[in-house]
Design a protein around this ligand. Structure first.
Ligand code: PLP
Length: 431
């Protein structure tokens, strides 16, 4: 495959934008390659500026569950554009999308639309703090909730309970209000709640972690979060920006839910919502301030409405996506075994992941201990054979309704070639 035009575009972009991109993971730094620049996409396929075709298993990091340029979404958008692209005033579309969201998430009694997942989690935390009149929050290590200051926090070193900034520019005083706990560590979480429960405004979690590879919650993890937050009067926030509409429903009901990605069908839209008594605290009905010039934008609402309608019209969507995903994982397991390459796989609905390790993967440090060099080789060889995967071990692979049996079979056939290549590297002790 020739990547000449992508290379030229990357050089041009690097001079204009930090790292040549507008969001870090796109720069392919984790896999030591130059990024490919996209020209267009349709269905399950994505095309770069050199004319190479790839089967896309990133789907814009989740939103494109109905496939790229889905004809229903495109037609609805074309009509919407002609009616004007932004009014800064209420429209029927907002209530229409809100009602559709409720059909999927009955616990979302009221909702507020925003423009990004970052805004959704940031605003939900402010709301939880305003509602409880408390300052501290708990987050889990390796969960990503966007880039607002209180969430760009790492666990403090050693025995320190309070967080430290994970990015320059985040102040210590903000970080100190964030307590970090290992994902899936029920005992550590219980201890934090026993020590600080009545100071904690909110516990925020990805109910299935999708930003450290894919890590499902272990048994009783979410149940414990629910029970402990209920006891302490803290707000439980499920960050479903990635998992929303893509995984089977969880048995546990949070107080607030953050949505994004799919809810905007590929346009900038996200939301937070939940219990009516809490949401009534948001301005203008309450005093917790939050606003947005483009919030509820008619184009974003339209793409979201059409995408959710497609999901609604495909009642077994999650099962279809799950079984396509399982087919790939089953193939990977047997091909890996044939080649004596230890792997672990994880899956939740239309999300899946591969780790090059023979140990369990239940939290962030487990992922760090997996073989990242094998992942890099795997990614690169797959890309060169027309399979576009997330360019980092710390990301999830996404399945869409547009992926055909042919796409899945092609993915499996390419995987077979690539596992054999990895085996050759291993036997030469080059990796
Ligand atoms: C993507 C993501 C976010 C951030 O959403 P943006 O729209 O990128 O700001 C927040 N939480 C989770 C779980 C995500 O996957």
């Amino acid at each position: 495959m020739n990547f000449e035009n992508s290379r030229r575009e990357f050089n041009r972009a690097k001079n204009l934008m930090p790292g040549g991109v507008n969001s870090p993971v796109r720069a392919f730094k984790n896999v030591n390659r130059d990024p490919i620049f996209i020209a267009r996409a349709e269905g399950s396929k994505i095309y770069d500026v050199d004319g190479n075709e790839f089967i896309d298993f990133v789907g814009s990091w989740g939103p494109m569950i109905a496939g790229h340029a889905n004809p229903r979404v495109v037609r609805a958008l074309q009509k919407a554009v002609e009616n004007g692209t932004s009014f800064g005033a209420p429209t029927k579309l907002e209530s229409e999308l809100a009602e559709l969201v409720q059909e999927f998430y009955p616990a979302i009694e009221m909702i507020r639309f925003v423009n990004s997942g970052t805004e959704a989690t940031m605003s939900a935390l402010r709301l939880a703090r305003g509602f409880t009149n408390r300052d501290k929050i708990v987050k889990f290590i390796g969960c990503y909730h966007g880039h607002s200051d209180s969430l760009l926090v790492n666990a403090g070193s050693g025995a320190a309970t309070f967080g430290t900034p994970s990015s320059p520019g985040v102040t210590d005083s903000v970080a100190r209000d964030t307590i970090c706990v290992d994902y899936n560590d029920i005992d550590a979480f219980k201890k934090v709640m026993a020590d600080f429960g009545n100071e904690i405004a909110a516990v925020i979690v990805e109910p299935v972690a999708g930003n450290m590879g894919l890590i499902p919650p272990r048994e009783n993890f979410l149940e414990t979060l629910r029970a402990e937050t209920q006891k302490s009067g803290s707000i439980l926030i499920f960050d479903e920006v990635m998992t929303g509409f893509r995984t089977p429903r969880f048995k546990i009901q949070p107080d607030l839910t953050c949505l994004g990605k799919i809810i905007g069908g590929g346009l900038p839209c996200a939301a937070y919502g939940g219990r009516r008594d809490i949401m009534e605290f948001v301005s203008p009905s309450g005093k917790v301030y939050q606003a947005g010039t483009l919030s509820g934008n008619p184009l974003a609402m339209t793409a979201g409405i059409e995408t959710l309608k497609i999901l609604k019209d495909t009642p077994d969507a999650i099962q279809i996506l799950t079984s396509r995903t399982k087919k790939i994982l089953d193939a990977w397991k047997s091909i890996a075994e044939e080649n004596s390459i230890p792997i672990r796989t994880t899956q939740a609905g239309a999300m899946f992941c591969i780790f090059f390790t023979d140990s369990k993967v239940e939290n962030f440090s487990d992922v760090e201990k997996s073989d990242l060099n094998r992942f890099k080789l795997w990614f690169s060889e797959m890309l060169d054979r027309g399979i576009y995967l997330p360019p980092s071990q710390f990301e999830t692979i996404f399945m869409s309704l547009a992926h055909s049996d042919d796409d899945i079979n092609r993915m499996i056939a390419v995987s077979r070639e690539v596992f054999e290549i990895i085996r050759q590297y291993v036997s030469r002790q080059e990796i």
